[in-house]
Design a protein around this ligand. Structure first.
Ligand code: CA
Length: 227
């Protein structure tokens, strides 16, 4: 899942970037609204975390321009401005959540997870695919109740594919979702992760189909279709 952090306070941005990356998100950072708008017009983010007090273009202006594009994902305002008038304005301009500084990291992360679930139209934190269960909060996968050992990148690929089960996903879309502007994954690495996942998920009868020249698709498990 891909997050764009729009924040001019470098220390805060670095801290949040580290926290979110540890949780497996691909994070990009834009220190101004102008850069954020440019980034968001070129690539898709599942969530944009937006400061209001930015140098140059104000956060509210950035918010309304982001919302002018119907494809923009979730937006969380993260700001020191805590007046009721600002909260109302932010939500009315299309923010999905409004968090004021200072804030606690665990609550921030829980709100990020909730918004990402909403942006994927997935409301339960636990998803079941045949014999495979995935816990999106603790980032654990289990087959018949037994843990499957996954690296954070393997987890990222699996979650991305499962949330789009039944849809064809290109390697390019997966790369964009899994790494930020500065990372260096290639189509080959995606292939490696997919083949490891196929091996690890064999018992669960999850089939990751290769769609030649394009990408992959997870088929719904056969027993789920038979029911
Ligand atoms: Ca600021």
């Amino acid at each position: 899942m891909r997050v764009l952090l729009v924040e001019d306070d470098k220390a805060l941005a670095d801290g949040l970037t580290r926290t979110l990356r540890q949780s497996g998100y691909a994070v990009d950072h834009a220190p101004t609204g102008e850069l954020a708008l440019r980034g968001a017009s070129e690539e898709h983010f599942d969530l944009i975390v937006l400061d209001l007090g930015l140098p140059g273009m104000d956060g509210f202006e950035v918010l309304s321009r982001l919302r002018a594009d119907p494809k923009t994902g979730g937006i969380m305002i993260l700001t020191a401005r805590d007046s009721e008038a600002d909260r109302v304005k932010g939500l009315d301009l299309g923010a999905d959540d409004y968090v004021t500084k200072p804030f606690s990291l665990p609550e921030f992360e829980a709100r990020v997870r909730a918004l990402i679930r909403r942006s994927q139209a997935v409301h339960s934190p636990v998803l079941q695919f045949g014999r495979l269960t995935i816990h999106t909060v603790s980032k654990r996968a289990q087959i018949d109740g037994e843990d499957v050992e996954l690296t954070p990148r393997e987890w990222g690929v699996l979650e991305y594919l499962l949330l789009r089960a039944g849809q064809v996903v290109s390697k390019e879309q997966m790369l964009q979702a899994l790494c930020g502007w500065d990372a260096s994954l290639t189509h080959n690495t995606i292939e490696v992760y997919v083949s490891r996942l196929r091996a690890k998920l064999q018992k669960a009868a999850i089939r990751i189909r290769t769609v030649r020249g394009f990408g992959y698709m997870v088929e719904e498990p056969a027993d789920a279709l038979a029911r």
